[in-house]
Design a protein. Structure first.
Length: 125
């Protein structure tokens, strides 16, 4: 199956190794993309990713892996079929595997995502 190209800056390489300070403020300050996703580090079979976002992502799902979103700064929305989860700073939410969802940030938001290292950020389908 051929993957669609999406207008998101997605960096799957881990920016930091074990025993290294993870400098989120520096990455956020340097970000000029409207939808930026950077893998910060790997923890066992999972990764921690930084998102700096404004606008909306496309509808998608992950067939085999859950996805956790945690808002550091701003206002972040997760659309599910039939409802919207509205998150502010220091709030998080798990989207279970197989659930179709779309994320949105009306203004610039900074979030962390924790998910399986094998997850494809744009979705499985």
């Amino acid at each position: 199956m051929e993957r669609k190209a999406y207008p998101y800056a997605t960096h799957l390489d881990a920016a930091f190794s074990a025993l290294e300070v993870v400098d989120v403020p520096q990455l956020v300050a340097a970000c000029t993309d409207r939808w930026y996703n950077q893998t910060l580090c790997k923890v066992n079979d999972s990764v921690v990713r930084l998102g700096v976002m404004q606008g909306e992502y496309h509808w998608h799902k992950h067939n085999d892996l859950d996805e956790f979103f945690f808002v550091l700064d701003g206002h972040f929305l997760i659309d599910l079929e039939g409802r919207t989860i509205d998150l502010g700073p220091r709030q998080g939410y798990v989207v279970p595997k197989g659930v179709v969802h779309r994320t949105r940030a009306p203004e610039r938001a900074v979030i962390l995502m924790v998910e399986g290292a094998a997850i494809v950020p744009t979705g499985d389908e």
